[in-house]
Each structure stands twice: as C-alpha cells, then as structure tokens.
Write a protein of this length. Structure first.
Length: 253
C-alpha cells in the first residue's frame, strides 16, 4: 500500500463520499479523440475508485454519472452513454456481487430507455442482499428534480389525509428524497477543475466538505482519492459552532 493510503486515519473516514465525475470529454479532446472515448476510459476510473472505497471501508459512494441536463447533449453522445452504462453494468455486476457491493440508483428512471431500466433493475435485485459498500449511481438525476418530486409526494400525502402540514419536519422531507436511508455525504469531490455543484445533491450537501481537483475523471485513481480523504481529514468541521466549541467537544469524546 502507498504512503498516502497509510496516512489515512481509519477512525475518521467519511462514511459517504459523493463524486462529480467530470472531464471525460476534455480528456478525450486533448488526445484528439471523440468525447465517447473519454467516457469509455472513465469506466476504468469508476472501477478503481469503487475498489478503493471498498478496501478502505467507506460505507456509501455516490457517483454522478448522468444529470437531468445531460439529456440535452447531442443524441449520439446520449445514446453512447446509455449503451456504455448498460454494457458496463452487465459486465461488472458479477464482480460487484463477489465484493459484497450493493448497487442503488437515484434519479428519474422513467426517462431511461426501457433496455437500460431493465438491466439496472436486474443488477439492483442481484446485489440487493449485499452488506458491504453501497454504490449509488446518480442517473438522470438532478437536485432540483429530486426536491420537486419530494414536494409533490408530500403534497399528495397531505391531500390523502395521511400527513398533517404541522407534522412536516426535516425528517419528513428526507424520507421523500431519493437518498432516504443514506447518510449525507461528508465529502464531495469534483474532478476536472470546475468549481460548481451542477445540480448534484443540493439538499444533502448542506454541510459536506467540498474538494476540487484539476485531474480529469479518466485519470482519477485511488491515490487521488486518498489525497482527497487526507485533505478532508485535515479540516475542522464546525456545523455553525465556534472552533473553541468544536475543540472542547472533541476533547470530551
Ligand atoms: C463527465 O464528463 C461525464 C458526464 C457528464 C456524463 P463530461 O462529458 O462532462 O466531460 P467535459 O466536462 O465535457 O470535459
Ligand atoms: C455534471 O457534469 C454531471 C455529471 C458529471 C454527470 P456536467 O459536465 O454536465 O456539468 P456542467 O455542465 O459543466 O455544469
Ligand atoms: Mg463536464
């Protein structure tokens, strides 16, 4: 194992890491290749990072693979991405299962082509009993879509008389998000040098530590992940309190 890996404090691992896997297109263009070539190579990074998280004992890994807005890309790219998604899941599901990894999906599945939905549903079912890393793929996902969806569901529950307006609290809202049952990410990584959230987990990232790197997603490997985790571990998470309060609190632990 590497030096960086050994420096990680295993007692202070983030339980949940979320990643905006960005930069595939530029990576390919820089090599004089088509954007799809970049997406194809991005799969190798997914494999490597899933393995890295599972080895460390991270409990939840959410990967932003396709946003609601990505549907507006040129058709050949959207089709290429869907095909890549389906073939990758088909190829990887055995190995996910062998490694005790449970697959989840968040997003508007009704937007996906039927063949992709079917492949995903089979993979979800196949890995449903696994108890190791929870791998959450954000597909046809956006934070605003998710919040809108939750609001509609809550309104419907009220209309049906199953929920009172006065009873609605943060737990209610959490329950109607796609991520209900998952803890909020403590660490959010975005690759490729863009400093924005791009409609990812808008509610859940409220107190996440944000880490940005210039590395393009197809070049991102375990070592880069370790660097991000070490950076996270060097930060003081205050949640609105003062530094002194946090210091006293951690002494008392
Ligand atoms: C991320 O890479 C993958 C998806 C959004 C599907 P991009 O395709 O956004 O690559 P860049 O940002 O154009 O380089
Ligand atoms: C965000 O990347 C979505 C995914 C990584 C799936 P984009 O490349 O779509 O984001 P913008 O358009 O640069 O904000
Ligand atoms: Mg991009």
């Amino acid at each position: 194992m590497s030096d960086l890996h050994d420096k990680i404090d295993k007692e202070k691992l983030p339980r949940h890491i979320a990643i905006i896997m960005d930069g595939n297109g530029r990576w390919a263009k820089e090599k004089g290749e088509d954007r799809l070539f970049g997406h194809f190579h991005g799969v190798e990074s997914v494999r490597n990072i899933v393995e890295g998280c599972a080895e460390l004992g991270v409990e939840y890994l959410t990967l932003y693979a396709f946003s609601t807005e990505n549907w507006d890309r040129p058709e050949y790219e959207v089709v290429g991405l869907m095909e890549l998604l389906v073939s990758t899941i088909h190829k990887e599901v055995e190995s996910l299962n062998k490694n005790n990894i449970r697959l989840h999906v968040i997003g508007d599945m009704s937007m996906l082509p039927a063949y992709a939905r079917k492949e995903l549903e089979e993979a979800l079912e196949f890995t449903a009993h696994n108890t190791g890393l929870n791998l959450i793929m954000a597909l046809s996902y956006s934070g605003r879509w998710e919040l809108l969806n939750a609001v509609k569901h809550i309104a419907y529950e009220v209309k049906q008389g199953r929920l009172k307006v006065e009873e609605i609290d943060q737990d209610t809202l959490q329950r109607f998000l796609c991520t209900s049952g998952f803890p909020d990410p403590e660490l959010m990584i975005r690759t490729s040098g863009e400093y924005r959230i791009s409609n990812f987990l808008l509610y859940q990232l409220a107190y996440a530590e944000l880490y940005f790197t210039n590395v393009r997603w197809p070049d991102f490997r375990k070592e880069n992940l370790y660097e991000a985790i070490l950076d996270y571990q060097s930060r003081e998470r205050r949640f609105g309190k003062t530094g002194e309060q946090v210091a006293t609190q951690s002494l008392g632990e």
